[in-house]
Design a binder for this molecule. Structure first.
Ligand code: GRF
Length: 202
């Protein structure tokens, strides 16, 4: 299966996927990353892709007259690589109507909180501020809401008294990276069906 991964930052989730493919081989893992897209340049995530010899593309909102045109450009850039699955791994933009029309039902996102709690761009900070005792990460299919699509898997992480946002986020990311690698591999190898809010992996 062909994966396109979308990033906006350090790309450690992308790196975990690249390492899994390298370790097991694309056949055994069930998928390989064929391209990496971003909404901004100059990020470590793109460096990781280039180091792996992968094609990359950057779709910056400010290069387009509006969000719809940006969404169309992102859709076309992604479609050029004919992905079976798109993985949004720390991609910090909302995927628009055109993208979802094309890739909905085969785009997964990873979020650093236990959805439906703490959706949005600051899930780690919000859980900490709320005083949650446990938080974690969620891998879900993307739908037309913000972090509202059908949940595939979740991992729990305890919140420690001494945590600040970055310490907690780093601990969440350790769980998140292995959860994402496991989920993407299973979806690719075993296939899946989405029945309402239920994801079934045979
Ligand atoms: C991940 O925790 C993701 O859930 C959140 O931002 C982080 C991205 O980390 N949206 P990286 O770019 O994969 O290192």
């Amino acid at each position: 299966k062909r994966l396109v991964v979308l990033v906006s930052g350090s790309g450690t989730n992308l790196q975990a996927l690249l390492d899994a493919v390298a370790e097991h081989g694309p056949d055994a893992y069930g998928a390989e990353v064929v391209a990496v897209g971003a909404d901004r340049d100059g990020i470590a995530g793109l460096e990781r892709a280039r180091r792996a010899g992968l094609p990359t593309f950057v779709c910056r909102l400010r290069d387009h007259p509006g969000r719809e045109a940006w969404d169309r450009a992102l859709t076309e850039a992604t479609a050029a690589y004919e992905p079976d699955l798109v993985v949004s791994a720390g991609f910090m933009k909302i995927l628009g109507k055109e993208f979802l029309a094309r890739f909905g039902g085969r785009t997964v996102n990873t979020h650093p909180a236990l959805l439906p709690s703490f959706p949005g761009a600051h899930g780690v900070r919000d859980a900490l501020a709320y005083g949650a005792k446990v938080t974690g990460c969620t891998v879900h299919f993307v739908d037309d809401g913000v972090d509202t699509g059908p949940i595939i898997a979740q991992g729990v992480v305890e919140v420690r008294d001494e945590d600040d946002e970055s310490a907690l986020h780093e601990r969440i990311k350790e769980v998140e990276r292995s959860l994402l690698v496991d989920v993407v591999g299973r979806l690719a190898r075993d296939g899946y069906s989405i029945e309402g809010r239920k994801v079934v992996i045979p």
